[in-house]
Design a protein around this ligand. Structure first.
Ligand SMILES: Cc1ncc(COP(=O)(O)O)c(C=O)c1O
Length: 359
């Protein structure tokens, strides 16, 4: 038996989610695949999807990776080019770019290139992260409308609290942004806004987490939106132990057995990206049963209580999150138990976890 800690990526579910989001979306979709496609494998995810209007990434290296598998697809740099070299790489590879600050305007206006680029001009409608505020935004727009290197202009902004339903700040941001609805294409919504119906009538929605079958909307799960988890994380039982009443389990002796119990040691720990904070009040699935985590999560393994689960052997498969046969454990639930968000769980999977691509 080898250490079986594996992330299984299901392309059928990915394509299903893409179709669901395409049907929901009022216009074209931007698929956000930064951070290694939210931990799913950038090259593999991009290769598996056809008829995509645009992929979006955070860095120039991510954009080049997407270009290496899709020579003709539209690719958007969400943070834009950071210096002249990146600007030229963007021109050479036909990337779209966000422009969110003066320094990027200057680089474009002094560029010697004869090529044109689609520019996503970013307005800061309240996030206070990237984007121009009011007077500068209009000035930049005016300049871009007469700029030799600018092809299409898309006006964009980003929502701060769309993950909460009926959030008044989301509506304020949309109102502020819509003041600039002057005939240019628009892009405001992320997954949450699209799923909540807070998107604009005609816009490029930029969806990330929902594509991977995970709900970003507070207190909801993906199945409520007919989305299916793309990743299933699994491991195996690597040892079985009898623990006597009064004995402790693991580092810091944080767990004391109240009665004689049987525990299984499973091959996943914080060295794989499994959160240490799940040392309390969390569970995994074993043979269709919930098995409670007991004691602290170690770097490479953790202990689960199998006293009530009969017939467990070394090598048995353990579901960490996702879906396996009839067993299901939503990553939204795991994140809640770990006092974190699914985005973090997906992005912190470490390189020693094996990936298996199916369907
Ligand atoms: C600018 C921008 N747009 C869209 C997204 C996609 O967000 P989500 O994964 O919540 O759909 C992100 C993700 O962080 C982003 O930074």
């Amino acid at each position: 038996m080898s250490r079986g800690t594996t992330a299984i990526i299901d392309f059928n579910n990915l394509r299903h989610n893409f179709n669901v989001l395409t049907d929901l979306s009022p216009h074209k979709l931007v698929l956000v695949v930064k951070a290694d496609a939210y931990g799913h494998g950038l090259k593999q995810i991009v290769s598996a999807l056809d008829n995509v209007d645009c992929f979006a990434v955070a860095t120039i290296d991510e954009a080049l990776l997407v270009r290496s598998v899709k020579p003709n697809v539209r690719i958007l740099l969400l943070e834009g080019y950071l210096d002249e070299k990146e600007l030229n790489t963007a021109f050479d590879n036909n990337f779209d770019s966000v422009i969110h600050q003066q320094q990027q305007m200057k680089l474009l206006l002094t560029s010697q290139s004869s090529k044109k680029m689609n520019i996503w001009l970013k307005f800061d409608s309240g996030m206070n992260r990237l984007g121009f505020t009011e007077p500068e935004f209009l000035k930049a727009l005016n300049i871009l409308e007469n700029n030799k290197n600018t092809n299409e202009i898309i006006l964009m902004s980003h929502l701060a609290s769309a993950n909460q339903k009926n959030n008044s700040f989301t509506h304020k941001q949309a109102q502020k942004f819509l003041k600039y609805n002057n005939g240019h294409q628009l892009s405001l919504s992320n997954s949450s806004a699209l799923l909540n119906g807070d998107h604009l009538k005609q816009e490029w929605c930029r969806v990330g987490l929902a594509l991977f079958g995970v709900s970003p909307v507070e207190n909801t799960t993906a199945d409520e939106y007919d989305l299916m988890p793309v990743m299933t994380m699994k491991t195996n039982v690597i040892a079985i132990k009898e623990v006597k009443a009064g004995e402790s389990i693991g580092y810091g002796q944080t767990y004391k057995a109240e009665s004689d119990m049987q525990v299984a040691i499973i091959g996943i720990g914080y060295g794989d990206g499994f959160p240490w904070s799940l040392s309390k009040s969390a569970h995994v699935m074993l043979n269709n049963n919930k098995a409670k985590i007991v004691g602290r999560v170690s770097m490479d393994m953790l202990a689960i209580d199998i006293s009530e689960i009969k017939g467990i052997s070394i090598g048995d498969s353990v579901l960490i999150w996702g879906q396996e046969c009839n067993s299901k454990l939503l990553i939204e639930t795991v994140a809640k138990n770990a006092f974190t968000i699914p985005y973090v769980l997906l992005c912190q999977i470490t390189s020693r976890v094996k990936y298996q691509y199916v369907n």
